[in-house]
Ligand binder design. Structure first.
Ligand SMILES: NC(=O)c1ccc[n+]([C@@H]2O[C@H](COP(=O)([O-])OP(=O)(O)OC[C@H]3O[C@@H](n4cnc5c(N)ncnc54)[C@H](OP(=O)(O)O)[C@@H]3O)[C@@H](O)[C@H]2O)c1
Length: 330
């Protein structure tokens, strides 16, 4: 495969709205030790990209300043020390950044094969959400088969992934979403109860079932005390974002008396080793779920790379259901 010296990419010209995403030409990066270069077919669009664009989620040191946390495509070049991959392999990968581009670098052990029979546009939707869901729901949150699991934002990229993985894992799944149409999508994916939070109180519905053993939450704000009330004794709350704010008054006595655990994490700043461990677990546990048809990415829409601004308008609109991708090389 011939790799050019320059490539098209989307850069964030300054912190701001979707209009600051601008098509530009930049040098193609060279893979260092343990890295591979991917010729990007599709790049996944995630809410953290919008936060980065707005200036509230800075890339970690040494990461590409270009947006894009996941992509699919073919291996274009291999750095020293990489043994698993060959040029031409179809892959999808977690990225430290830089996915909104024709070529992107990542650590070879953050790369997974495209699941058999899956198209490259679908494969681009897998890494960021599967890594986030598996690491928070299972590795950190300790979900077990038979437990009651509540995930908020059921039709988000994260939510659609969490519902399916938790179901395949043998958990009972409860979720919340902002319309009846969205709730119907969630039950179609395997949620036992989907609460339209604009019309009903999720706390009552969940506590009527005995409370949640585990909650995966991205909303925060007023949901924090309501999540605490929704937990069963010994329950765990894992926070992965604070869409409505991180500050709230909480009575921690309940945590002590009912032996609750409150934790959380963000994926991007974690070490390469930690991400490699997550990649290995995702390949071992989630890829077989995909192979047996128990989990598939829910796709909302596709935009050309040059139209990344429209993709960001879409992810920031309440109308989308599931994942949005950018078509880069196709
Ligand atoms: N910790 C990590 O490592 C990590 C990694 C990836 C993503 N995340 C976070 O996980 C969340 C989901 O990411 P995603 O890419 O799947 O995003 P997404 O598809 O845009 O999902 C956001 C969802 O949140 C729901 N929501 C509830 N309250 C909201 C509010 N006040 N404002 C906006 N949306 C609200 C929306 O559904 P309704 O219309 O039904 O309300 C929407 O489906 C984001 O907050 C993201 O930052 C965290």
């Amino acid at each position: 495969m011939t790799v050019p010296d320059t490539m098209q990419a989307i850069e964030i010209t300054e912190p701001g709205g979707p209009e600051v995403l601008t098509l530009t030409k930049v040098p193609v990066p060279l893979p260092g030790h343990g890295q591979i270069l991917i010729r990007v077919a599709y790049a996944g669009v995630n809410r953290p990209d919008a936060l980065q664009r707005a200036g509230s989620y800075a890339p970690p040191a040494n990461a590409s300043p270009l947006p894009g946390l996941e992509a699919s495509g073919r291996v274009a070049a291999i750095g020293p020390g990489v043994t698993r991959w060959a040029v031409g392999d179809a892959v999808c990968a977690l990225l430290p950044g830089g996915g909104y581009a024709e070529y992107v670098l990542t650590a070879a052990d953050h790369v997974l094969p495209v699941p058999e029979g899956m198209s490259l546009d679908q494969a681009a939707c897998l890494p960021e959400t599967c890594f986030t869901v598996w690491s928070n729901m299972v590795m950190r949150g300790g979900l077990k088969a038979g437990e009651r699991f509540l995930v908020h934002g059921g039709t988000s990229g994260i939510g659609t992934t969490a519902i399916q993985i938790a179901r395949a894992f043998g958990a009972r799944v409860f979720t919340t979403a902002g319309s009846d149409e969205k709730c119907a999508v969630c039950t179609g994916l395997g949620a036992e109860i989907a609460v339209n939070y604009k019309e009903a109180d999720f706390v009552k519905l969940v506590t009527d079932e005995g409370g949640a053993d585990l909650i995966l939450d991205m909303v925060g704000g007023s949901y924090l005390p309501r999540n605490i009330r929704s937990l069963a004794d010994d329950g765990r709350l894992v926070q992965i974002a604070f869409l409505t704010g991180p500050k709230v008054e909480l009575n921690f006595a309940e945590m002590m008396v009912r032996r609750l655990t409150i934790t959380g994490s963000t994926l991007r700043p974690q070490s390469d080793l930690a991400k490699a461990r997550i990649a290995a677990e995702v390949e071992r546990h989630v890829w077989p779920m995909i192979a047996r048809g128990a989990m598939r990415p829910v796709m909302d829409s596709e935009f050309p790379l040059a139209d990344a601004a429209a993709a960001h308008r879409q992810i920031e609109s309440p109308g989308h259901i599931g994942k949005i991708v950018l078509k880069v090389g196709g």
